[in-house]
Design a protein around this ligand. Structure first.
Ligand code: HEC
Length: 363
């Protein structure tokens, strides 16, 4: 679309909404000692805004030639730095002098951009003034309500953000752990102790009955009878916290009560504590819990507890081997390879706060 088409479509559109089309005022301002050059579309309507004059038609649309080379709006220094600053440009404007306000302005701008110009809706973002306590200005509640009628809210929700984060997390794959290298045929990738641990995991200890997917987790939900977070002194939780009920707390079904999803097992050594309540501080303690097979959480009914929770009878050497397998055999040592050097938004990664921006030199 050429610039004259853009200009014409704009004027035609607002004409169809009852606007009078007026010509651009001259760039050199007459009769106004406060301004040398026209620098905004509103200049020629100053007397209307000040209430000194009343327009024939309260709805006006125009395209105004503007020059910004001095004074309050001086763009000279920006020209050539980015792709959208010019010292001389045209400003398209639709004006309402005491007539319509935010509702129509929002509805029509959306119609113009998406229907007339055909811009894809999912690539448009809108902002709403959030208020300013220091100026005693409230947030723009009207604009918020009106925009919500047109713009899909999903895009800005916590849900949307969580989807984006999980989509990103799914690209972070641990695939250089010794066990994975061993699976690919490198028989030296694991130590003898780690190999022994692996064979206990997949054999005698029976861990693989639940931890069987590629990431060694699964959609198998089980109650292991470990302590809840409030018992460990966790904040903002209590005995009545429905999260203590695991999946049952969300589905409300009897069969799901106290059951948790079988988690993946890679790179756990980097970040304890373990289990839903954070009741074990090391992987060795986890292994010892399974080996002893004695339930710690008396509130979980026996009928719910996984049959697996019963003494396994591993020797001390086997406990160490299984621990080493979890700790090291399943640890990809080089996850830093996933840290992007830059992101499309050009924001700092992973921290985008002001201090990080200065530290990381990304603006
Ligand atoms: C009956 C299914 C089942 C079996 C068998 C099983 N697990 Fe698990 N495992 C789970 C579930 C479910 C959890 C999460 C429990 C919770 O947080 O309440 C879990 C948690 C873990 C965790 C903690 C992970 C974390 O991020 O906190 C480790 C480590 C682990 N299992 C290792 C093992 C090992 C080693 C074995 C074999 C000795 C084993 N599991 C056997 C179901 C099982």
């Amino acid at each position: 679309m050429t610039s004259s088409e853009i200009r014409q479509k704009f004027l035609d559109f607002f004409k169809s909404k009852g606007h009078k089309i007026v010509p651009s005022a001259p760039i050199v301002v007459k009769d106004d000692p406060t301004l040398m050059f026209t620098n905004a579309g509103m200049n020629q309507f100053k007397d209307y805004f000040l209430g000194n004059q009343t327009p024939e038609n309260p709805r006006i649309a125009d395209t105004q030639k503007c020059l910004r080379v001095s004074g309050k709006h001086n763009d000279l220094e920006e020209v050539g730095v980015d792709t959208y600053h010019h010292t001389m440009f045209e400003m398209l404007g639709n004006w309402s002098i005491g007539d319509y306000f935010k509702k129509e302005a929002i509805e029509w701008s959306w119609e113009l951009l998406t229907k007339v110009y055909g811009l894809p809706k999912d690539r448009l973002y809108v902002t709403v003034f959030e208020g300013d306590a220091s100026e005693n200005l409230p947030p723009s509640s009207v604009a918020l309500v009106e925009w919500k009628k047109w713009v899909e809210e999903d895009k800005y929700s916590n849900k949307g953000a969580s989807f984006a984060i999980s989509a990103y997390l799914r690209t972070l794959l641990t695939n250089e752990a010794p066990f994975q290298k061993w699976l690919k045929g490198n028989s030296d990738a694991m130590t003898e102790q780690e190999k022994q641990g692996a064979s206990i995991f997949f054999g005698k200890a029976g861990c693989v009955t639940c931890h069987y997917e590629k990431n060694l987790g699964s959609m198998n939900f089980a109650a292991l009878g470990v302590k809840d977070h409030y018992e460990m002194g966790g904040l903002n939780t209590s005995e009545s916290d429905r999260r203590n009920l695991g999946r049952g707390g969300f589905t409300g079904k009897d069969e799901d009560m106290y059951k948790f999803r079988t988690p993946q097992l890679y790179n756990l050594g980097d970040s304890g504590p373990y289990f839903h309540g954070g009741s074990k501080n090391s992987l060795e303690e986890v292994v010892r819990y399974f080996n002893t097979g004695v339930v710690e959480n008396i509130r979980v009914p026996k009928t719910q507890i996984a049959e697996f929770i019963t003494p396994i009878g591993l020797s001390e050497e086997e406990i160490q081997a299984l621990t080493q397998f979890l700790q090291n055999g399943l640890r990809d040592p080089n996850l830093k390879r996933y840290v992007p050097s830059s992101v499309l938004s050009r924001m700092c990664f992973p921290n985008n706060d002001l201090t990080s921006k200065i530290d990381m030199d990304c603006f």
